[in-house]
Design a protein around this ligand. Sequence first.
Ligand SMILES: Nc1ncnc2c1ncn2[C@@H]1O[C@H](COP(=O)(O)OP(=O)(O)O)[C@@H](O)[C@H]1O
Ligand SMILES: [Mg+2]
Length: 225
Amino acid sequence: MSPDDQDVRERLAVVGEIAAEVAHELRNVLQVVSASAYVARHEASHGDAGAALPHILKIEKNARIAHGIVDDLMALARGETLQSEPVLLAEAVVASRDTIEPGVAQWDDDVEPHDLRVRAHTGLVVRLLHVLYDNAIKACAPRPPRIVTRARAASGRVIIQVSDDGPGVPAHIAARVFEPLVTARQGGTGLGLALARRIAAAHGGSIALVAGGTGATFRVELPGA
Ligand SMILES: Nc1ncnc2c1ncn2[C@@H]1O[C@H](COP(=O)(O)OP(=O)(O)O)[C@@H](O)[C@H]1O
Ligand SMILES: [Mg+2]
């Protein structure tokens, strides 16, 4: 095998891993689309176009989200230099909850200063946060966890800590939790945190599981803007 083959193989492995995560994330969005289409059709068939409208808007919104997921993750898979811009962290935090149903978590945001910015690809920061929130919610289900997002600037970098009050990462996988396919959840893919790590690294940043304490805390470091 030549060094070129090796390179191609590694790139294919990365693309495969990201494609699997795209599929996984799209499934959630498509579920919302299907459910909304069902209700909209029901309302429309009873001649109530007004009642159908909010569901049609929800379909449109989720179609946009689905496009965004594909675009963002394919940008990462192509391995090009990412288009980075100053991203308002507080806005990324809100956007990352777009597909999370209200009431499944209690959010506690502590972003200081309120206009704190990272230099990053907007869509990918949103995806990274989404992975952490999704995991916290699933670890605690059916109980809605309290999820604290704390972000601060530190010497040109931004440190974001996402903590929950759930059971914590199972000890037997804690050391390997960012590796692809490592999961302790039924129906899990083990690709969420691998993607999160890839996104952080693509920005010259990092992600780590913080040891100790109750629940789980993930610490993300990204360049400031
Ligand atoms: N906030 C959390 N609380 C408890 N366990 C977690 C948390 N986040 C991740 N984990 C553990 O890490 C595993 C890997 O997460 P992830 O890479 O997102 O894959 P998946 O969610 O598909 O299992 C999860 O299966 C879970 O066991
Ligand atoms: Mg996950």
